[in-house]
Design a protein around this ligand. Structure first.
Ligand code: ADP
Length: 626
């Protein structure tokens, strides 16, 4: 007699087939996991029941193909199901025998049961239009077959099967325009799926492969050979000393599609608040799409050796998005689809632990393998700086020791800690300067000025640099100061001198400022520029570099534009200062021409574009011809 699925099951089945799983191919993972669970159960039974004849090594999961009849069979020699269990377990969706088994046998350390939610089985209907489950339960003599063609119901009838266990026989759907169902009848495809999803199932998953061999007389014969498709023991569960660097590297290259070995392999296990094994890799170079939207951040998440999620974002913080790897935890709670994780508190604990581990490994690398670290920083430093700046600097403190900048003092990359260790007694601040290349920064008059005073400057050549430093504000109690901001942090002598210059040049400075209008906030004469005639510095929080970055961002115009407060600084010790005074005294109406040329020059040297290049060029020519 045909039985109806319980009504809620009907709806669920429909929902399930059409929406819970995003990839049809995962049906194989689900059926293999069920088979593995069933074998675990019988094995568990054998620990207390000496009538179980099977030994640990006898358990296996078989995959058989019958292309002609479009049949794919997954069989196990696990515990099997009685007629009542077939009806109960497969007749009600979301009825999980496994979870009942688990709660009854909660003390069992030897059994790790994957199924918990009672829907995995139905994923078979995503690829099959007729499903038969033929099962002989342990301790029974009569086998039964559960059969269903989908939502309209199922039958349970006696059948022939004389070995304990279950066979799930799928009749694969005909191909459609969108879906090549026939591929699930191809050996290579199944091999690939087993490797992808079920490689670490701890029973062999076997299939028969036919090969032709020549016998002694040179005649060809067909031989059937049993092959194991899965590797069973996950690399990360093998004792650490047993796995060679090469094995780790091969695993990495194969799983994460890289042609180069990783820069660093981190393999560890923890127990306690979060119990899991992790195998993490720091790539030796950035993937071509790393800094683009296509790049997918995340770690592979396994539970009991079964792949749950290919790329679990929640496990990796953004600042370490370059890390590849896997986390295997037996205690992540899974929701019905195993594709979305229901309670992520466990995940959060794991993520926190992973983040800490990556950070401490990077710090170790910086300390012990400097050259390697610098190479790493070249590839991924940008991401770390983004991390410092993101979320209003929430992670800055955690990341500050990983930062590096090129130093004016050593010409090499230096950490903030190293910079601070070189500070002289009276030095309080950390100087930095920004432009798009080291050469351009070194051409800045302000750098000469600071260098001549014996100060070290950090060179910031990436646009995020200054934002990151501004977010941090200080390191180890030392404030970050842009070398190109006008400094009011003067000694008493310098103050007196500056006041004198201000008085001396008051009128000329005002005339120059009037000529330049809103382009500059102030014009001042100073005596710190050495051989350079002019430069542009800024006042306040926004530097010219920041102005440039912010105004090039989408939507900047609507925000009304961000303006730096520029200060045109003219070198009072340079001949140009005397010249300006003379021009102002004799032909005050000409001072504007000089002002504009000097302003253009200061912008050019600072690495910025000239606002009106035609006018500036004309003025230069004009002045030369005078
Ligand atoms: P889950 O595996 O999440 O519990 P399923 O829908 O995949 O849910 O399976 C429902 C139940 O059917 C399982 O919990 C198990 O008790 C039973 N079952 C499924 N496949 C097998 C099998 N191959 N051998 C024995 N029992 C099985």
């Amino acid at each position: 007699m045909k039985k109806q699925f319980k009504t809620e099951s009907k709806k669920l089945l429909d929902l399930m087939i059409n929406s819970i799983y995003t990839h049809k191919e995962i049906f194989l993972r689900e059926l293999i996991s069920n088979a593995s669970d069933a074998e675990d159960k019988l094995y568990f039974r054998s620990l207390t029941d000496e009538n179980v004849a099977l030994k640990r090594e006898d358990y296996e999961i078989r995959i058989d193909l019958d292309k002609e009849n479009r049949l794919l069979t997954i069989s196990d020699n696990g515990i099997g199901m009685t007629a009542a269990e077939l009806e109960k377990n497969l007749g009600t969706i979301a009825k999980s025998g496994s979870s009942e088994f688990k709660s009854e046998n909660d003390q069992s350390p030897d059994v790790s049961v994957i199924g918990q939610f009672g829907v995995g089985f139905y994923s078979a209907f995503m690829v099959a239009d007729d499903v038969r489950v033929c099962s002989l339960a342990y301790g029974e003599t009569q086998a039964y077959e559960w059969r269903s063609k989908g939502a309209d119901g199922f039958t349970v009838t006696p059948c022939d099967k004389d070995t304990v266990g279950t066979e799930v026989i799928l009749h694969i759907k005909p191909d459609t325009d969108e879906e090549d169902y026939s591929s699930f009848l191809e050996e290579y495809k199944l091999r690939e799926l087993v490797r992808k999803y079920s490689d670490y199932i701890h029973y062999p998953i076997v299939t028969d492969v036919e090969t032709t061999q020549k016998n002694e007389d040179g005649e060809e014969t067909t031989v059937t050979e049993k092959q194991t498709l899965n590797s069973m023991v996950p690399l990360w569960k093998r004792p650490k000393g047993e796995v060679t660097d090469e094995e780790f590297a091969d695993f990495y290259k194969q799983k994460f599609y890289d042609y180069e070995a990783p820069a660093k392999t981190i393999s560890y296990k923890t127990e306690g608040t979060a119990t899991f094994s992790a195998l993490l890799f720091i790539p030796s170079h950035a993937p071509y799409n790393y800094y683009s939207k296509e790049y997918e951040r995340g770690l592979k998440l396994y539970s009991n050796g079964v792949l749950i999620m290919d790329s679990c974002k929640e496990l990796l913080p953004d600042c370490f998005s370059f890390v590849k790897g896997i986390v295997d935890s037996d205690d992540v709670s899974l929701n019905i689809s195993r594709e979305t994780l229901q309670h992520d508190s466990q995940l959060k604990l794991i993520a926190k632990n992973v983040e800490k581990k990556i950070r401490s490994e990077l710090e170790k690398m910086l300390k012990n393998e400097r050259a390697e670290y610098e190479k790493f920083f070249k590839a991924f430093g940008l991401q770390i700086k983004f991390g410092v700046q993101s979320d209003f600097g929430m992670h800055a403190k955690d990341l500050e020791n990983l930062l590096m900048f090129r130093s004016s003092e050593t010409g090499e990359m230096t950490t903030l800690g190293e910079y601070v260790s070189r500070l002289k007694e009276d030095d309080k601040v950390i100087y930095y300067a920004c432009s798009d290349s080291v050469a351009k920064i070194e051409a800045l008059p302000q750098i000469d000025a600071l260098k001549s005073k014996g100060k070290e400057v950090l060179y910031c050549t990436e646009y995020v640099d200054e934002f990151a430093l501004k977010t941090m504000r200080e390191f180890d109690g030392h404030e970050f100061v842009n070398a190109c901001t006008v400094s009011d942090d003067l000694t008493e002598d310098e103050k007196t001198e500056q006041e004198k210059l201000n008085a001396d040049y008051a009128e000329v400075a005002k005339a120059v400022k009037d000529a330049l209008g809103d382009s500059v906030a102030e014009v001042r004469f100073s005596s710190r520029l050495g051989k350079h005639p002019v430069t542009i510095s800024t006042q306040g929080e926004i530097s010219l570099e920041m102005e440039r970055v912010l105004s090039s961002m989408p939507g900047a115009d609507e925000m009304g534009g961000v303006k730096a407060q520029s200060v045109l600084e003219i070198n009072a010790d340079h001949a140009i200062a005397g010249k300006l005074k003379a021009v102002y005294a004799l032909t005050p109406e000409k001072i504007a021409d000089y002002a504009k040329v000097l302003y253009a020059q200061a912008r050019l040297v600072g690495g910025f574009s000239v606002e009106d290049p035609a006018e500036a060029a004309e003025l230069v020519c004009d002045i030369i011809s005078r």
